[in-house]
Design a protein around this ligand. Sequence first.
Ligand SMILES: [Fe+2]
Ligand SMILES: [Fe+2]
Length: 140
Amino acid sequence: MKKTFLEKESYTGIEIIDNQHLEIIRIGNDLGFLIENSKNRDTIISGLDEFITAVEKHFIYEESLFKNFDYKQAERHIEMHRFYMTSLLEAKKKFVELNVELSGSVANFLNEWVKSHIISLDLTFGNEYLKTAANSVNSI
Ligand SMILES: [Fe+2]
Ligand SMILES: [Fe+2]
């Protein structure tokens, strides 16, 4: 499976967010390895759960920052998070309940979606957030 790598240009500059992004992608890469190499479905389900938990925790944290200032794109951004989470849970459901096979390319797709989301919406958010933080420091 092709591994996903987050380049420095894709860092938002918000340390907690960047660490969470790196963690999600690390777990996603591990998941791809598990899918391709493990014969044990439970092991793959644990990997999927770990990925889902990391994404969920991250979305909650990121969305909590939206409320710290008047972030105009919050609604659209949250919608994309929901869309992704729904697809993710759907993939797990198919695997668990319908016994559908997963391939390494599914994990790659999940990771690449995260990466393109970071490059588009998260970087835009990060820039605005840091600008607002800098402005509030300057106005003290
Ligand atoms: Fe996001
Ligand atoms: Fe994010």
